[in-house]
Write a protein that binds this ligand. Structure first.
Ligand code: AR6
Length: 168
């Protein structure tokens, strides 16, 4: 099942939340900063052990002081002009995060809107990629039951709701 809500992903009581990270995995602004603040300094210490992550790949840590059991860290693509494999890389961020969640027996997973903040990916295009990738994953996997898109602001919420109506 796919759910689309407006809210703060750090508050989500799910098995895993996904972090829109950068390739260093050493924290930043936006949702990354919010997750590190809420999880506590143990999260940064755990991330240091991971030695970064390539764009479109995903790595997992514990959730520490978060309600979520795990944090899955994935650097989405920085939007340039759409010719730099941005769509494929964004699709891989979602697909690799979901595969990692399933490998850790997560039944409930929450995503932020990866790459549509500081990384400037056009919102409507990103929402379509996110939802089609999640839909296709849920059609075949047997572990992950519920994926929640946690939209931080009303504009993001509206874009994901519209993309959802277009794909079902
Ligand atoms: N819960 C849910 N969504 C949030 C939250 C929150 N607490 N806070 C912000 N968002 P961004 P990116 C939304 O910029 O574009 C970081 O510095 C935000 O409104 O966080 O992938 C990293 O370290 C937007 O809709 O991520 C990287 O350097 C969405 O999350 C870089 O930013 C993503 O915005 C990654 O950029």
């Amino acid at each position: 099942m796919i759910q689309i809500i407006q809210g703060d992903i750090t508050q989500m009581q799910v098995d895993a939340i996904v972090n829109a990270a950068n390739t260093t995995l050493l924290g930043g602004g936006g949702v990354d900063g919010a997750i590190h603040r809420a999880a506590g300094p143990e999260l940064l210490a755990a991330c240091r052990q991971l030695h970064g992550c390539a764009t479109g790949e995903a790595k997992i840590t514990a959730g520490f002081r978060l309600p979520a059991k795990f944090v899955i860290h994935t650097p989405g693509p920085i939007w340039r002009d759409g010719t730099q494999s941005e769509a494929q890389l964004l699709q891989r961020s979602y697909a690799n995060s979901l595969a990692l969640a399933a490998a850790h027996d997560c039944q409930t997973v929450a995503f932020p809107s990866i790459s549509t903040g500081v990384y400037r990916y056009p919102l409507a295009q990103a929402a379509k990629i996110a939802l089609t990738t999640i839909r296709d994953f849920l059609a075949t996997n047997t572990v992950v039951k519920t994926v929640t898109l946690v939209c931080f602001d009303p504009t993001t919420l509206a874009a994901y709701q519209q993309a959802y109506r277009a794909i079902v």
